[in-house]
Design a protein around this ligand. Sequence first.
Ligand SMILES: NC(=O)c1ccc[n+]([C@@H]2O[C@H](COP(=O)([O-])OP(=O)(O)OC[C@H]3O[C@@H](n4cnc5c(N)ncnc54)[C@H](O)[C@@H]3O)[C@@H](O)[C@H]2O)c1
Length: 276
Amino acid sequence: MPAGLKGRLAGKTALIIGAGSVGEGWGNGRATSVLFAREGATVFGTDRDQAALANTADLAQAEGLSILTGTCDATNSQELDAMVADAHERLGRIDILVNNVGGSAPGDVVSMSDDVWARQMDHNLAYVFQSMKRMIPIMVAQGGGAIVNLASIAALRFFGPDCVAYAAAKAGVIKMSQVTAVKYAPQGVRVNTVVPGLMNTPLVTERLVKARSPDDAEGLIAARHAQVPMGHMGEAWDVAYAALFLASDEAKHVTGTELIVDGGLSATCVAPNPNA
Ligand SMILES: NC(=O)c1ccc[n+]([C@@H]2O[C@H](COP(=O)([O-])OP(=O)(O)OC[C@H]3O[C@@H](n4cnc5c(N)ncnc54)[C@H](O)[C@@H]3O)[C@@H](O)[C@H]2O)c1
């Protein structure tokens, strides 16, 4: 590490896609962005929601840190091209990519419309393919890099809610990360996945309560806490610290694997809870 640089990501540059949050407070992408900046990285955060992105930058600034920003809908190829070019130009090189965008829609194979299925695939899986397609040549040309993709415990276990497209897409993220890791390991590009379980982020109150239990937010939140062996949901910082490890040189021999952050949920055999 060059003299004077401090932090687990000192001297590194990072592009974080989905750096805002669906609501006030700390979502996974927001916490990851601020944590990476705290650890010495120069961070470029992107999000389709300009206000949510600005809020992340403001929170960093309140700690005396600075985050570069640019808006982009990651499911739009032209916007993705322009954003990657902008991030590359402003960062000089891109050592770390975090693909954090994602979210579930309710439905099983019978009840889910074709349209929702297609949008879930774009939102959770296809953009990860598109962003890695653009970033890996940059990383190979500069001699390596680290990619962290976000999956979900829904990819590994059925724990209650019907979210068929989300589960399938997140399982796809895991497998795509593994095969990409093997393919580009010789060129120094590491690809790993963080697999969050039930996390208490703004996504729960802003999206899940509205979709699954609009009349009983407290009930849904209590059920989610109770389902986790540790007795409570995780928080965004648990996901952010897992991403930090995988992005850092501490994980220099770690590629093609998953880091599950679920308080023990996937190690259990509990009754599914449709409202979790
Ligand atoms: N919170 C949980 O309980 C939980 C559990 C398991 C997995 N995850 C995964 O964690 C990741 C996100 O967590 P979060 O807490 O940051 O969620 P979040 O919804 O709060 O933040 C995601 C950000 O992505 C942005 N975004 C959405 N679509 C976009 C697009 N097309 N282009 C650019 N930006 C877009 C949103 O505006 C938002 O700011 C997702 O991949 C999610 O599936 C979350």
